[in-house]
Design a protein around this ligand. Structure first.
Ligand code: FAD
Ligand code: NAI
Length: 478
């Protein structure tokens, strides 16, 4: 007889593993199915999904290593520290990254054990209904077993979108998986797509010495970010950091030539050629729904390939839920985790909820870029009357002490109610600073609320404080 669970989760990325843990905490019997071994040396299934294995965590490890290398070359000197020509051992950097990944993925196994979540290794798919339960097939090494579930949570995530006629081999032509595992610094690195991955990984290899050229189809740079931030970022990345970003590029033929790649493209209708030693293709991601046997059970998938859900993660099928990258919305690990908690709580009869309006965005370049809420373009498009407070880090004592004064905090508040509508940070530690703005917006705060809160001195958070004061045209230190 098939094993039976209250909840079966398909996929052990941030959306899935968090949903599994939360459902177990709420007293449900839970199993989580995962099939990806990624690069596990023992061939064991690896938990944590894209985020832990080939996404957030390894990219941030490499960003940190390359940032320190860059500082040793360019920033130490202002503190009076001289270092003779620092050298980067890419092997050591990768080993450190791999160890962090292994530590965290193993940690999730521990969390499953602690919370009594049963791990089922294999490819999960819908096999139909049996005894008013969902019958789920788990295929592994040519064999298939079945389990029964009252509730199913689909958390199968996403994978890199590939372009036609551009064979990704993850050695020379790479998506995120290969780009996080280069064995050496390429002399010339090409990147297609100046989105989040293109900028983060382009920065890693640029800091380590590669000549980086990024070809972007859109005529605008970072269209999702606030226009003031985009302008500052463009100036810093291109003029200061010498990232060669070419907007409005129309990619043509891409071919392997010798040990490298030759890319034909058009810029303003003029034919161009880029030759490079390695190419990263980072043109967005697509949801993973193939292999679920969705059509067999009638699971509704929308036009763009995402599973359709309501505001609480319910699909069109009874007691089938979906969370994370496989459903519409920003493809962010924390968004998936919150949805995992929401769905588990709804299954347990609670009032699960995610406020998608306060999901923060962070781009881990240097300077970092982070925001929550609406951009100025969105406020204009929505016809909202707003006031603005913008304060640069250049006026902040802590930023000066750290020797890193690039960027600013920009806050928008409603012109009539003063309620905060959006906060945008470009600068050192923007990823941490944005948390204050998220809390404020979740609590429906006004700019005056932040203006009246005592912020420790000297800290970068004082710039958030001053930006709030500036909304009322009364900054104290600027
Ligand atoms: P995934 O993490 O993709 O996990 C889905 C899991 O389901 C996978 O392990 C997959 O193997 C498994 N699976 C799929 N189909 C089946 C099946 N049929 N049976 C069993 N298992 C299955 N987000 C951030 O918030 N911050 C960042 O800094 C950040 N950096 C990133 C950097 C890179 C290079 C990339 C590529 C992504 C980054 N992201 C970041 C995005 C983040 O990784 C994703 O939003 C997040 O992993 C989505 O979680 P998920 O659980 O929905 O899906
Ligand atoms: P993206 O959507 O951020 O950027 C893709 C870029 O490629 C866009 O600028 C797009 O205009 C461009 N593009 C699309 N087709 C093209 C073509 N044919 N030629 C040239 N350019 C083209 O996607 P990306 O960078 O692949 O990242 C995927 C997702 O992963 C992100 O959207 C984000 O959700 C997540 N992520 C999050 C990170 C973070 O939170 N810090 C870091 C990295 C990824």
């Amino acid at each position: 007889m098939s094993q039976e669970f209250d909840v079966v989760v398909i996929g052990a990325g941030p959306g899935g593993y968090v949903a599994a843990i939360r459902a177990a905490q709420l007293g449900k019997s839970v199993a989580c199915i995962e099939y990806n071994a990624y690069a596990d040396p023992k061939g064991e299934v690896r938990l944590g999904g894209t985020c832990l294995n080939v996404g957030c965590i390894p990219s941030k490890a490499l960003l940190q290593s390359s940032e320190l290398f860059d500082q040793a070359q360019h920033s130490f000197v202002m503190h009076g520290i001289s270092v003779d020509a620092p050298r980067m051992d890419v092997g050591v950097m990768m080993k450190r990254k791999n160890n962090i990944v292994a530590q965290l993925t193993t940690g999730i196994r521990g969390l499953f054990k602690k919370n009594k979540v049963t791990l089922l290794s294999g490819l999960g798919s819908f096999a139909g209904r049996e005894n008013e339960r969902w019958k789920i097939a788990i295929a592994r090494n040519g064999e298939t077993e079945h389990v029964l579930a009252e509730h199913v949570i689909v958390a199968t995530g996403s994978r890199a979108r590939h372009l036609p006629d551009m064979p990704v081999d993850n050695s020379v032509i790479c998506d995120n998986e290969g780009a996080l595992s280069f064995d050496a610094v390429p002399k010339r690195l090409g990147v297609i797509g100046a989105g989040v991955i293109g900028l983060e990984l382009g920065s890693v290899w640029k800091r380590l010495g590669a000549e980086v050229t990024i070809l972007e189809a859109a005529p605008e740079f970072l269209a999702a970010a606030d226009p003031a931030v985009t302008k500052e970022a463009w100036k810093t990345f291109t003029a200061k950091q010498k990232l060669d970003i070419r907007l409005g590029a129309k990619i043509g033929k891409v071919e392997r030539v010798g040990d490298g790649v030759r890319i034909e493209y058009e810029l303003k209708d003029e034919p161009q050629v880029l030759e490079c030693d390695r190419l990263i293709v980072s043109v967005g991601r697509v949801p993973n729904t193939e292999g679920l046997n969705a059509e067999h059970v009638g699971l509704k998938i929308g036009e763009r390939g995402f599973i359709e859900v309501d505001a609480q993660g319910r699909t069109n099928l009874p007691k089938v839920w979906a969370v994370g990258d496989v459903v519409p919305g920003p493809m962010l690990a924390h968004k998936g985790m919150e949805e995992g908690v929401m769905v588990a709580e709804c299954i347990a009869g609670q009032h699960g909820h995610v406020n998608h309006d306060t999901v923060p965005w962070v781009i881990y370049t240097h300077p970092e870029i982070a925001w929550v809420g609406r951009t100025e373009s969105q406020l204009k498009a929505d016809g909202v009357a707003y006031k603005t407070g913008q304060i640069p880090f250049a006026a902040n004592g802590r930023a000066l002490g750290q020797g890193d004064t690039t960027g600013f905090v920009r806050m928008y508040a409603c012109a009539s109610t003063d309620r905060i509508l959006g906060v945008h940070v470009i600068g050192n530690n923007a990823s941490e600073l944005i948390a204050e703005a998220v809390v404020a917006m979740e609590f429906g705060a006004c700019s005056e609320d932040i203006a009246r809160i005592c912020h420790a001195h000297p800290t970068l958070s004082e710039v958030m404080h001053e930006a709030a004061l500036a909304c009322d045209k009364r900054p104290l230190h600027f």
